[in-house]
Design a protein around this ligand. Structure first.
Ligand SMILES: [Zn+2]
Length: 345
């Protein structure tokens, strides 16, 4: 009887330990991506089977350090004491603006960005560039160009856009004519977003495209008339779901199985973008960091795919986690309700 009692306790202990670790890196063979909620900014942590740790943007700088706390809490739960790579996708306040604050708590080793800021923006945005540069100090800074790779062990990361330019030659296995290609290059106000570093992540057969806040003109350079990227499994929706990004000729051509949108309660999530994603060939689901109050009930994805349902003041900062395997399969999990779905290769 005593032995049975002990066995039950032991099983219970294992179960609780596993449950409390659901968002920590448990499988040594997976690529883990933590899409952290910053209410309409961007912050992502990636860990690899080789133990490499990356931070991609860090959300908003705020007097209450909300986003700093969220990034640090996630990093600490993963045992991260420093980041091997820090990427500033572009110099907007909701991306590079908070890197200095996170770095003061969990330092980075090497910093990647697209070089000089895009000319033609105001002083407010220059401050975000300056704070980022000042934070780096004497440490190594690498400014990337399209076609460069970011040398993360066990992972192939190719820079497909940076500084307002796209790769001019197709990636291996890509380069077919894009049947959704636009005939004319869209126009957009030149601002920081157009400089966004766009990255294709390849982990075995798994492919993820994340173009940060890239705007339509550079999407055109990347995708028209030929698709220089090919198809992907997962698309990180650009620019919080604004329609100045996320062109149909991009999303329909890369044909992701699923997409994750880093919208805020009242930022991004525009109706046209919902329509483009939902009609994309082969798309199974759209995940959202927030319910979009701007888009309304009809456009929002079903509730189980949304990490945060509240207005910004009440937001709990729940995240979305992606766990990818080398065979190309991957699982997406909503930390609010533990709902998860696995996508087969
Ligand atoms: Zn942004």
């Amino acid at each position: 009887m005593k032995i049975l009692y002990f066995c039950i306790l032991f099983v219970l202990f294992i179960f609780i330990a596993a449950a409390s670790n659901a968002y920590a890196a448990t499988d040594p063979n997976t690529l883990d991506i933590y899409v952290i909620d910053t209410c309409g900014g961007k912050a992502m942590i990636i860990t690899t089977p080789d133990g490499e740790k990356m931070l991609i943007d860090a959300g908003y700088p705020r007097p209450d350090n909300r986003d700093t706390k969220r990034v640090i809490e996630t990093a600490k739960s993963l045992g991260i004491k420093e980041f091997d790579y820090v990427i500033a996708t572009h110099y907007d306040t909701d991306h590079s603006g908070n890197i200095a604050s996170v770095d003061a708590n969990i330092p980075g080793k090497i910093f990647f960005d697209h070089g000089d800021p895009i000319p033609s923006f105001g002083n407010r945005r220059n401050r975000d560039y300056d704070s980022y540069i000042n934070a780096i100090g004497e440490r190594k800074r690498v400014s990337v160009k399209p076609g460069d790779t970011i040398p993360v062990k066990g992972l192939k990361i190719t820079v497909v856009t940076a500084g307002g330019n796209a790769i001019t030659k197709p990636l291996e296995g890509a380069g077919k004519p894009n049947e959704f290609a636009a005939e004319t290059r869209p126009t957009a106000r030149a601002d920081n977003n157009i400089g966004s570093i766009g990255l294709l992540y390849e982990f075995g057969k798994f492919k993820m495209l994340d173009l940060a806040d890239l705007l339509a003109p550079v999407e055109f350079d990347l995708m028209c008339p030929d698709n220089k990227v090919g198809t992907v499994d997962l698309f990180m929706v650009s620019h919080h779901g604004f329609q100045v990004s996320n062109s149909k000729f991009l999303i329909h051509a890369i044909a992701p199985k699923t997409a994750i949108m880093n919208n805020g309660p009242r930022k991004g999530g525009e109706a046209v973008v919902y329509d483009i994603i939902k009609s994309s060939p082969g798309i199974q689901d759209l995940w959202q960091l927030h319910y979009s109050f701007a888009a309304g009930q009809e456009k929002n994805t079903p509730e189980q795919f949304i990490a945060n349902m509240e207005q910004e003041q009440q937001c709990q900062g729940k995240m979305i986690k992606v766990t990818a395997k080398k065979d190309g399969s991957f699982t997406v999990t909503n930390s609010r309700n533990d709902f998860s779905k696995t996508y087969n290769p």
